[in-house]
Design a protein around this ligand. Structure first.
Ligand SMILES: [Fe+2]
Ligand SMILES: [Fe+2]
Length: 169
């Protein structure tokens, strides 16, 4: 097989992180839906789908490389979202955590001279730049809007979804 046991295990753990992020974004989407903020809800429903797609990419990579898929226990998301700022801060923290994990996977692939895994992981390295910058921007906009959350709704509806436009699900 093309994948070492160590990298296989680390990737399985990472699948749990992507799924946990997906669940967290679902919970955040539900919070915004409950607050009657459809643009923010839609944004996070799409983010949740995207994280699930990331998990699937790892599942297929492990299978293609001849490894064993073992989905780990997924930690429950934070359900008590206090405010839009709280939601955005939580999301940014998630993206930074996932970025650290992707970097660790890449370090492992480099250490093992696994060039195939490095090629696969490079997509995620680039994706994380986009993800962290998107969440960072959302947090800034939410902070600037203060109590006027409808400004954030307008901002999102004008901005559209650049990732959808790029064809990234
Ligand atoms: Fe992700
Ligand atoms: Fe993400």
């Amino acid at each position: 097989m093309l994948i070492s046991e160590t990298l296989n295990q680390a990737m399985n753990e990472h699948i749990g992180k992507e799924l946990a992020a997906s669940n967290q974004y679902l919970n955040i989407a539900a919070y915004f839906d409950g607050e009657s903020l459809p643009e923010l809800a839609g944004f996070f429903f799409r983010q949740a789908d995207e994280e699930r797609m990331h998990a699937l990419k790892f599942v297929h990579y492990i299978l293609d490389a001849g490894g064993d898929v073992a989905i780990p226990a997924v930690e429950a998301p934070k359900a008590d979202i206090a405010s839009p700022e709280d939601a955005a801060r939580l999301s940014l923290e998630w993206e930074l955590e996932v970025t650290r994990q992707i970097n660790e996977l890449m370090n492992l692939a480099i250490k093992e001279n696994d060039h195939i895994a490095q090629e696969f992981l490079r997509w995620f390295v680039n994706e994380q730049l986009e993800e962290v910058s998107t969440m960072d921007e959302l947090l800034t906009v939410i902070r600037r809007a203060g109590d006027q959350v409808l400004f954030v709704e307008q901002y999102l509806s004008r901005r559209g979804d650049p990732q959808a436009a790029e064809g990234v699900a």
